[in-house]
Unconditional design. Sequence first.
Length: 164
Amino acid sequence: MTPTDVAEASVHASAVLVGTRAVLIRGPSGAGKSRLAFDLILAGRTGQIPPAVLVGDDRVHLWTSGDRLMVRPAPLLSGLIEIRGLGIRRCEFAAEAILGLVVDLAASDAERLPAPESLQTRIHGVQLPRIPVGIGFSALPLVAAALTTTEGADQRQISADCTK
């Protein structure tokens, strides 16, 4: 560790490496963290998003390295993922990754058109993009959109084709 690094912290979350950056999935028990993690892995296999591999399910460790937030699986859970209806399964996993996106399931501040400040979060001093997902809404389309699109133009410049 360098002097600027923050001590490692264990958190109740799942993480998936998508392309070159990991998605941290937070939420209360039963919110669908493992389901979203597996959905991202499947979406990566089908080409809907860049290739995706599990980092950790249920519990991961976070730490900073310079200005980056890093994630790795809890040692006892490395390569394990819960698949509801099948139980605990073994799968390929990444030993560590740089975090690039945070998804908060069952988020109380989820909105149809969220305020810009709700689309950011700070963890251990590192600012990251965030997707708040409300109860009853599917997170996968939101995450796929965040990973495969860029922010839109000013609302006044929307193409007439988009309003049809």
